[in-house]
Design a binder for this molecule. Sequence first.
Ligand SMILES: NC(=O)c1ccc[n+]([C@@H]2O[C@H](COP(=O)([O-])OP(=O)(O)OC[C@H]3O[C@@H](n4cnc5c(N)ncnc54)[C@H](OP(=O)(O)O)[C@@H]3O)[C@@H](O)[C@H]2O)c1
Length: 333
Amino acid sequence: MEGAGDGAGAGGGRRLVCVTGGSGFIGSWLVRLLLDQGYTVHATVKNLQDEGETEHLRALQDSAGARLRLFQMNLLDPASSMRLAIEGAHGVFHLASPLALRTRDPEKELLEPAVKGTLSILRAAKDCGVARVVLMSSKSAMVPNPSWPADEAIAEDDCWADVELLEKRQLWYNVSKTLAEKSAWEFAEKEGLQLVVLNPGTTLGPFFTPSVNTSLNILLQLLRGQELELDAVYTGWVDVRDVARSAMVLYENPSAQGRHLCLASMERLVDFTAKLADLYPEFPVHRIKEDKQGWLMRAKDPSKKLIDLGVRFIPFDQTVRETVDCFRNKGLI
Ligand SMILES: NC(=O)c1ccc[n+]([C@@H]2O[C@H](COP(=O)([O-])OP(=O)(O)OC[C@H]3O[C@@H](n4cnc5c(N)ncnc54)[C@H](OP(=O)(O)O)[C@@H]3O)[C@@H](O)[C@H]2O)c1
């Protein structure tokens, strides 16, 4: 591990990186990991005045000191204003994006910030001479696609979600992630920017954000006995610490190219609820009886490219147990 000061002096050098959405569930783990590994981090949050977005990052500042700086950034800001956070950074991890399964105005609440925001970040990164950008996309940008054979493993670089189908089903978050990733690839190709993409599935795990994000809320609702319509959304889970580690691995390995599915296992919602009900008989978990995900291939170790890069995934029992412990400690269940 490199020391705190290594390459992080004037201008930051290779060890200065920017994490957009550093306040979020995944972002806060990534910021923590990068600091632990000796990086200097510029983390962006939407509103610096909102303690709910910043208190956990300020706690990290207590030990990291000047190696963690917070910047206010809204995805709808012009690219020029994003430069403050990105200037001097060798790499950018772009995570900021609204994550919601239901919205009143999808164009304004999801599509615009995801697509325009991504392009503005990439523009700022290009203008600032950033060497490598890691984009946090989603497996939602890969599936569902009915024309992909159900019995064929996902080809990570070639499998794209069917936007027309997503729009028809009003899966606006999935649309936002797919269009944002497509726009990012177009920009990178045209402008000659080094881009690599991570595509995680439903992300669970312990959290130190003040609030519960959308993916953690799925688990929380299941534990509370709610029946969820997630047949087009759920394809498998991954531990947040593995997502953060994978993002760092992609940044640190210039040989890593293209898109990277990040899932501990590819599975159906029936599998997930059954495992959860078995593990926690004390909670009223609703076992799904009718499997509506015939289009989805079950696969153990589906994240071939990350595994080849040395990533190993935390097992289900540990991830779920530690998430449930967090819910309990916070009095949520
Ligand atoms: N969680 C999952 O299951 C999952 C799976 C695959 C991919 N992802 C992707 O991973 C990334 C992080 O998600 P997460 O799970 O950490 O969700 P999260 O906790 O909701 O974090 C979202 C982050 O985006 C920021 N953000 C949202 N709208 C913004 C805006 N208009 N301007 C500036 N910042 C904005 C939020 O900032 P504030 O907190 O400051 O408002 C927050 O830091 C997203 O790109 C998401 O699509 C998540």
